[in-house]
Write a protein that binds this ligand. Structure first.
Ligand code: YSA
Length: 331
């Protein structure tokens, strides 16, 4: 029994020196493990004379339980003091939590909106799910018109008797909606998502963002269109940017054009534009002899490609954080 007391004193002294969880584990193995010192004593009880065996056996078992408790308590104390050491020091200055960041298309869209606002444009939005009538018919693209092939369409399933709906293929339907409600002078942009049932490649996505522009006033000419868009491009990309206007066809303008920007030794089409067709002005209840106007539809992903040197449009919506992290901290 004296030996057991000496053993307990030694075990407790050794536990007191264990400074971390790993040391407590090592202590447990040395004393209570399969070949541990106390385990060896317990195993030897069966060799003792029968008259002392019960007393020593009971004492050794009590000691084993006491040392197990002591080991657990020591571990708990160590963990509690480690947690104290890591606890918050309220006197330190605050740190920003790791937040997400804005997507490059959001950044570009906001920059475009700011640029047009500075040039005197209002900003409005319209519906993504649009009526066929606004997306096509009232833009002079009736059913069966070959120009419908320019916009492969995702139709929205609905009531067979009701008007047909679709995911807008461009932001141009908002020209008609805006003209229904506003009187000239009009100077507005309409940013928003558009959807096309088409294959993707390095410069085409099936979901894209456009910014529509509409300007209606007296005495506006193609020179105003060119001047406005060239001023815009210079503000966005600097004075040295190389641009070109080429003839293009859209049923809702006359004449129509596209604006391309020099990109990787080639030209990248950034927007379609033109003088608003007189029939559209007349359908809005305005006198086309008095009012003229111009409009444009710009691809925001294309502008982002130019701005950030992105060679493949598909990077934007792959959700690869290695790509997206490159835009962290930008505004
Ligand atoms: C034309 C004349 C106007 O008076 C007003 C607007 C327009 C533009 C017309 N609504 C339109 O959608 N023309 S477009 O099909 O040529 O697209 C306009 C721009 O969107 C393109 O110049 C390009 O920058 C971008 N775009 C078109 N399809 C795209 C795309 N961007 C990414 N992926 C696609 N699949």
């Amino acid at each position: 029994m004296d030996d057991l007391e000496a053993l307990e004193a030694e075990a407790r002294a050794s536990l007191a020196e264990a400074g971390d969880e790993a040391a407590v584990d090592a202590w447990r193995v040395a004393w209570l493990g399969r070949r541990g010192r106390l385990t060896t004593v317990l195993r030897g009880v069966r060799d003792l004379p029968p008259e002392v065996r019960p007393r020593v056996g009971a004492g050794a078992n009590r000691l084993k339980a006491a040392l197990e408790d002591a080991g657990d308590e020591h571990r708990t104390r160590l963990l509690a003091s480690a947690a104290d050491a890591e606890s918050i020091d309220v006197s330190l200055p605050g740190r920003n939590p790791p937040l997400g960041s804005l997507h490059p298309i959001t950044l570009t869209r906001r920059l475009l909106e700011r640029t047009f606002r500075d040039m005197g444009f209002d900003v409005v939005e319209g519906p993504d799910v649009e009526l066929e009538e606004y997306n096509f018919d009232r833009l002079r693209i009736p059913a069966g018109h070959p120009a419908r092939d320019m916009w492969d369409t995702i139709w929205v399933a609905g009531d067979d008797d009701g008007p047909r709906q679709l995911l807008r293929t461009h932001t141009s339907p908002m020209q008609i909606r805006y003209l229904e409600r506003r009187e000239p002078p009009i100077r507005v942009i309409v940013p928003g998502a558009c959807y096309r049932y088409e294959a993707t490649d390095a410069t085409h996505e099936w979901m894209l963002t456009q910014i529509e522009g509409l300007v209606i006033d007296e005495n506006l000419s193609f020179a105003h269109l060119k001047g406005t868009l060239e001023a815009f491009v210079r503000r966005m990309f600097g004075a040295d940017i190389e641009t070109r206007f080429r003839c293009d066809y859209f049923p809702f303008v006359e004449p129509g054009a596209e604006l391309g920007v020099r990109w990787q030794g080639d030209w990248l089409e950034v927007l379609g534009c033109g003088m608003v067709h007189p029939e559209i002005i007349e359908d809005a209840g305005l006198d086309p002899e008095r009012y003229t106007g111009f409009a444009f539809g710009m691809g925001v992903e294309r502008v982002a490609m130019l701005r950030y040197g992105v060679r493949d449009i598909r990077h934007f919506y792959r959700n690869d954080v290695r790509f997206l992290r490159q835009f962290e901290g930008r505004r």
